[in-house]
Ligand binder design. Structure first.
Ligand code: SAH
Length: 347
């Protein structure tokens, strides 16, 4: 959308203000209000003349997400936010407090078309891509609501970021450049189900963000049962793309591996995962699968999880088990939004 002012880079905003016959320093002021002071409306922009604010109001709709529901975990303070977009769609985002800082997990699309069997985000299909402004404002709104600075961002909420590639790149640019929140690229992780051509393209963008690959299985056959995308891109292509990403960026890849009882958690799976991960400079993140009620998948037992981790460690693989946060709230991707949509329909 070419009137989406919050998705414009500083350069684009300068051009736009010139086109409007405004002084060029107005672009800097506006940008500062949007991306640094995190204004929720034009009204707050007190050093912009009223006449200009009025003109902007009329011509450039201002994206500002409204919280519909906020849940807070009593276990660890994790907060889950459901936000309304201007077209009535809803997205969810998660705020997590760690020792190293506050981390926000954002959505990149409304719904998802990837169809991973264990994931709640994909059950109702895909609605649309999020604009850069709508990705940014998840972080901005959470900063406004918590009053605390965000230091880490993971694009691991609903949606497949590589399926919204251009908007993702603009989002990263605005989030990390010096006139906005200036979040370090090293503190940004983008997670993909494995869209190979886009992984390679991302490798060539000169960014120092972390790429996480949702692997979840070690053979094409097994992976196809969990993730339809595995029909299109095969294991050897995936591993090549990961090696290429490291070669181009020097950034270690993260493999995400959700442990599902009896599906991908045997000692044999751990051996095969070691063989895949060994030659790559990578980190394996084991995620006890978060069961969703629409599917019968169960979480692996503590003993299996530990044995799996030990086996990888024995094979000198860098591995962690993800601490489960916010299990007492609708924690798994897409569950909060889904519950809300259904409650609304039944009303
Ligand atoms: N589409 C991207 C990012 C969103 S999913 C991707 O596939 O990576 C973020 C991560 O959560 C992925 O690793 C995904 O496989 C995982 N995930 C989704 N639902 C889950 C569940 N119920 N339990 C555990 N992990 C889940």
């Amino acid at each position: 959308m070419d009137t989406d002012i919050k998705s414009m880079t500083l350069e684009e905003l300068k051009t736009e203000m010139e086109r409007q016959g405004e002084k060029s320093f107005r672009a800097g002021q506006l940008y500062d209000w949007m991306h640094n002071k995190l204004a929720a409306s034009y009204e707050e922009m007190t050093n912009i003349p009223l006449s200009l604010r009025k003109k902007l109001e009329d011509q450039y709709p201002y994206v500002s997400l409204k919280p519909v529901e906020i849940q807070e975990s009593r276990l660890d303070g994790t907060r889950k936010f459901l936000f309304a977009l201007s077209d009535g769609n809803m997205v969810e985002s998660v705020w997590m407090k760690y020792k190293h800082g506050n981390s926000v997990c954002i959505s990149s699309q409304v719904g998802c078309k990837m169809g991973c069997r264990f994931c709640a985000s994909t059950l109702d299909g895909w609605e649309r891509n999020l604009l850069p402004s709508e990705m940014l404002d998840q972080i901005y709104a959470i900063t406004r609501l918590t009053g605390e600075r965000v230091s880490h961002v993971v694009v691991m909420g609903t949606g497949e970021p590589m399926d919204n590639f251009d908007n993702l790149l603009t989002f990263i640019h605005i989030l990390t450049e010096e006139h906005g929140l200036h979040i370090s690229q090293r503190n940004i992780t983008v997670s993909t189900c494995g869209i190979v051509p886009k992984m390679k393209e991302l490798a060539e963008k000169g960014l120092s963000i972390t790429l996480a690959l949702s692997l979840h299985a070690t053979t094409d056959e097994k992976r196809r049962k969990l993730m339809p995308v595995a029909e299109t891109y095969h294991m050897d292509e995936l591993m090549d793309a990961c090696a290429y990403y490291f070669e181009k960026t020097g950034r270690r890849i993260t493999f995400e591996y959700s442990l599902v009882a009896g599906v991908n958690d045997t000692p044999g799976d751990a051996m095969q995962l070691s063989a895949l991960a060994g030659p790559l400079n990578c980190h394996v993140n084991l995620i006890p699968v978060n069961p969703i009620k629409e599917r019968t998948y169960r979480q692996s037992g503590q003993a299996e999880i530990l044995a799996f981790k030990n086996k990888l460690e024995k094979n000198k693989i860098n591995v962690t088990v993800r601490r489960e946060m916010g299990r007492d709230i609708d924690g798994a991707c897409g569950q909060l939004r889904r519950r809300h949509i259904y409650e609304e329909k039944s009303r």
